[in-house]
Every structure is written in structure tokens, then in C-alpha cells.
Design a protein around this ligand. Structure first.
Ligand code: ZN
Length: 341
């Protein structure tokens, strides 16, 4: 059998050689033919370009509201969808002020993926004035969310209309992010069934990376003695992180789920300082997309270490240590374990 197929192969390759040498003769003898091949090549290139640009325009247009969500969507979409992000790196999604650029992106969108829990407080108005027909999907819908506790009166006095009933900062819990990836996979697949199998494969691969990340974080946290697993940050954004990985939130300089400006009362800041002291908190953390003046003053007053900024609600720029969601989480954990261990 083996011998037979081998001989068949040899015959074939001999045939091939004959055809090629004949071809060379023709080309040598007729210059016109060379020009013809050139023309065919140019035509071929032209057609290929046409096909590629047709493909581009057929891609579904997916909008993600902010950088972290944008990274997740990009991981699932791969090259098969056109992903646009409204609020970019190092920008605060809470206080974002839309421009004509975002208006235009919404107008052209097929589907809009948003966090929800009023993280994007500006989106309803923007969506309405853009007259977009795109479907809106809240990716955190149905997850086990943390309800607001109404401990902070400052928020109610000044910003009650922006007040949310649920903490929107789900991305600090990798187990919840895995559920969000499944949701993104199913939404993109519904909208664009031709690419469903690719979306699914991309999602599965990314979920595996997230599972590894979740295990890694749990291991890293073990370096910190349990009594020192206490967090104080600029605004109240690490609740899901604390719940998942076993930390206590002592407080935040701006004791609110949003970063919108208000002046916390002197009495409340004094209360937080005394809590930082009585709980033996060793460090307080700044955040990448937030004015950290208050937390700096607090660190000064309470005489505790002012730790480097954590990525709280936005990715860093492309070359930074927080340029992707996974990088951002690793960076945060390294800072937290380094300072608290
Ligand atoms: Zn926030």
C-alpha cells in the first residue's frame, strides 16, 4: 500500500515538472504573456481589496461604554466585529461629558453594551439625542450585585438624583466578569450568527485566562495577614473586590459609588481618620482616574502610607501596566499585596 501510493506521488510530481517547464518556455517566447500575467495580477489585487472593504462594512458595529468593558468586548469580538469605546483609558466614566464623537458612534451602532447600575449616568440623554436604533444591553443584569448602604448622608444632600441602588463596580470580581463574558458572547452571537462559533471560541479562551487570573489573585492575597486585609480608597469602588477576595472596606475619602464632586463634611472625614487609626490600617490607596487630593490629606492626617494609585474604573494607556483588564488586575494585586503584606 505504502509503496503504491509513493509511486503515485512520484508520477504526479513528474507531471507537475513537465507542466512547469512547458510554462517557462511559453513565457520566454512571448513577452505579451508576461504583460497579461501582470494585468491579471493587478486585477486580482483590485478584487481582493474590494472584497476586504466589503467585509469591513459588513461587520456589526458594537459600542462599549468604557475602557474595561471595551477590552472584554474586543476579546470576544476578535476581528469579526467593529468595536468602538466611548470613554477611553484613564477617563472617569462617572463624570464623562459626551462630545459629537460619541453621538456619531451611537448613530452608527448596531448594538450598545453598557455596564448598568447607573454607571453611565450620561448615556440615556446621549442615546436619545443621537436617535440611535441600536439595542442596549446592560451586561451586569442578573448578577449578584451589592446593594447600596445608605450610610453616607453627604451623597443624599447634594447628588440624590444620581444616586444608584446598586454598586456598579463589578469588574473587580473576576468570577462576575466570567459571567459577563458569557453574556457578551451570547449577545454578539445573536446579533451576528454567522460569526457565532468564533465569538464562542474567543470567549472560551478568554474565560480560561480569567479563571487562571482568579486563582492567581486568591493565591496572592494569602501573602497578606488576614488582619491587614483592609482597604481605604479615594472613592467606594472596591466592594466587589472585597467580597470576592476577603477584604474589609474601612471607608473611602469620597464615600460614594460615584466620583461626582461634593464636599464631604469635616465631621465625616474626621470619623474616617479615627477609623483608619482604630482599625490599624497601614495604607490608603489613590486611584488612576480620580482627583486624589482628599485621600492624600487623609493619609497625611492619619499618618499612614499613601499607596500608589490603583486602576479603579478605567484601564491605563496602551504602554502602561494597566493597558488590559487582566494586566490592570495583576497590577492592582501587586500593589495591594506589596503595601499590605
Ligand atoms: Zn467608580
Amino acid at each position: 500500500m505504502v509503496y503504491k501510493s509513493q509511486s503515485h506521488k512520484d508520477t504526479k510530481s513528474q507531471d507537475h515538472k513537465v507542466t512547469r517547464s512547458q510554462g517557462y518556455k511559453v513565457v520566454k517566447s512571448q513577452g505579451r504573456c508576461l504583460r497579461f500575467i501582470g494585468l491579471v495580477f493587478v486585477l486580482f489585487c483590485f478584487m481582493t481589496t474590494k472584497i476586504t472593504s466589503a467585509d469591513e462594512s459588513q461587520k456589526i458595529k458594537v459600542v462599549a461604554t468604557f475602557s474595561i468593558l471595551g477590552d472584554w468586548v474586543q476579546n470576544v469580538a476578535g476581528v469579526d466585529a467593529d468595536v468602538q469605546i466611548l470613554v477611553g483609558a484613564n477617563s472617569d466614566v462617572h463624570t464623562f461629558e459626551p462630545t459629537p464623537r460619541e453621538m456619531k458612534i451611537l448613530q452608527q451602532a448596531d448594538i450598545i453594551l453598557e455596564n448598568g447600575a447607573k454607571l453611565e449616568s450620561w448615556l440615556d440623554d446621549l442615546y436619545q439625542s443621537s436617535q440611535s436604533k441600536a439595542e442596549r444591553i446592560e451586561v451586569i443584569q442578573g448578577l449578584n450585585l451589592i446593594a447600596v448602604d445608605h450610610r453616607d448622608e453627604d451623597v443624599h444632600k447634594k447628588e440624590s438624583h444620581h444616586h444608584s441602588d446598586q454598586d456598579p463596580h463589578v469588574w473587580h470580581d473576576v468570577a462576575l466578569v466570567i459571567k459577563i463574558i458569557e453574556r457578551i458572547d451570547s449577545e454578539l452571537s445573536d446579533k451576528d450568527p454567522i460569526h457565532a462559533s468564533t465569538y464562542h471560541a474567543n470567549a472560551q479562551q478568554y474565560i480560561q485566562e480569567l479563571k487562571d487570573l482568579d486563582v492567581w489573585i486568591t493565591d496572592q492575597v494569602k501573602k497578606i495577614p488576614p488582619a491587614r486585609r483592609k482597604l481605604v480608597t479615594s472613592h467606594d469602588s472596591f466592594g466587589y473586590f472585597a467580597r470576592r477576595y476577603g477584604f474589609i472596606i474601612i471607608g473611602a475619602a469620597v464615600n460614594s459609588f460615584t466620583t461626582e464632586a461634593f464636599d464631604p463634611s469635616a465631621a465625616r472625614i474626621a470619623q474616617l481618620i479615627s477609623k483608619v487609626r482604630s482599625e490599624n490600617v497601614s495604607a490608603v490607596f489613590t486611584e488612576n482616574m480620580f482627583n486624589n487630593q482628599l485621600i492624600k490629606a487623609l493619609a497625611d492626617e492619619a499618618q499612614v502610607t499613601l499607596a500608589p494609585p490603583l486602576y479603579s474604573g478605567a484601564l491605563g494607556e496602551t504602554q502602561s501596566e494597566g493597558s488590559t483588564y487582566i494586566e490592570m488586575m495583576k497590577y492592582n494585586i501587586k500593589q495591594i499585596t506589596e503595601v499590605l503584606k
